[in-house]
Ligand binder design. Structure first.
Ligand code: GDP
Ligand code: ZN
Length: 292
């Protein structure tokens, strides 16, 4: 039987088999010899030992598509970054830092702004403009009014998505809503997220439907500038791409160089000034860091 590891506790792995439920498995000794450890997110083959008690053995780990370091998890398809439009006021610099973190890991990013019910239409448009050319899908929702949730469900469907964002933005509210829509279908495997009791020290996949999982990644309130080369930073600024070839110098960093097409595009309002300023501030941190 083929399934997905949703949780690992001590030497037990909980494997979700679509349409069958969850089995508590041990990994056989062969993995220890080969020095590969099963990870949450792994697609595995299991032998069922006891159908009634739902126990089994993990016998094969299928090749991994990727492996994140923090949290340690395999086969992540994409990242969903959640911010609120207000309460708390979004730090767009933090948003960019999280984007850099995922971009360098080559994960597609979806940005979700929650709490549309608390702001005017103009504010939604202002934020939409800033990120209109960033290369990521941007979704506006209200957990409170249950608006935009179908859109969210659609982008998540069939994927394994890492969810990040500062606290207070409505992550739990949104995750509960996503589970609510489908919990009947997946019955007992859908454990509701209860952050009160739940210690998020163990990474855990939350099944949304038979082939859709999300993974909450805590601790994103104060992400430091990711440890990337300063030359890599620009990969998270998709809107610079079309102007870059017109910069006078190859390898232009778009900071102090003369005849920089990116800076010109900022002056002409073709690139969001906020995005550009965040780029500059992150760039400076990376330059400073390299000095020591
Ligand atoms: P988390 O810390 O990101 O998991 O955020 P929570 O889901 O716990 O929500 C934080 C607070 O924001 C709670 O008081 C929620 O009721 C509130 N909240 C969540 N979503 C919305 C929304 O769409 N609109 C409004 N007005 N409040 C929301
Ligand atoms: Zn330039």
């Amino acid at each position: 039987m083929r399934g997905r590891i949703t949780r690992g506790i001590a030497s037990f792995y909980y494997v979700h088999i679509p349409h069958q439920g969850v089995y508590e498995c041990k990994a056989k000794g062969i993995f220890r010899k080969e020095k590969i450890q099963p990870l949450v997110g792994d697609e595995v083959e299991i032998d069922i030992l006891d159908e009634e008690n739902r126990t089994g053995n993990v016998i094969t780990i299928y090749p991994r598509q990727n492996q994140l370091i923090r949290p340690l998890v395999a086969n992540v398809d994409q990242a969903l970054i959640i911010f609120a439009l207000i309460k708390p006021e979004p730090s767009l610099n933090l948003l960019d830092r999280i984007m850099v973190q995922y971009t360098v890991q080559e994960l597609p990013i979806i940005i979700c702004f929650n709490k549309t019910d608390l702001v005017e239409r103009e504010e939604v448009d202002r934020i939409r403009n800033i990120y209109s050319n960033c290369g990521c899908e941007v979704i506006f929702v209200s957990a409170k009014k249950k608006q935009g949730i179908e859109m969210l469900t659609k982008v998540l469907h069939g994927k394994m998505t890492a969810v990040a964002g500062p606290s207070g933005v409505g992550k739990s509210s949104l995750i509960n809503l996503l589970q609510e829509n489908v919990s009947m279908e997946i019955g007992c495997i859908s454990q509701k997220v209860d952050r009160g009791k739940h210690t998020t020290r163990h990474t855990e996949l939350i099944p949304i439907d038979e082939e859709t999982y999300i993974m909450d990644t805590p601790g994103f309130s104060s992400v430091e500038v990711p440890f990337v080369e300063k030359e890599q930073l620009v990969t998270a600024y998709n809107e610079f791409l079309e102007y870059e070839p017109q910069c006078r110098f190859g390898g232009c960093a778009h900071i102090n160089e003369p005849n920089c097409a990116v800076k010109d595009a900022v002056s002409e309002g073709k690139i969001s000034r906020i995005r550009y300023e965040n780029y500059v501030s992150l760039y400076e941190v990376l330059v400073e860091r390299r000095r020591y």
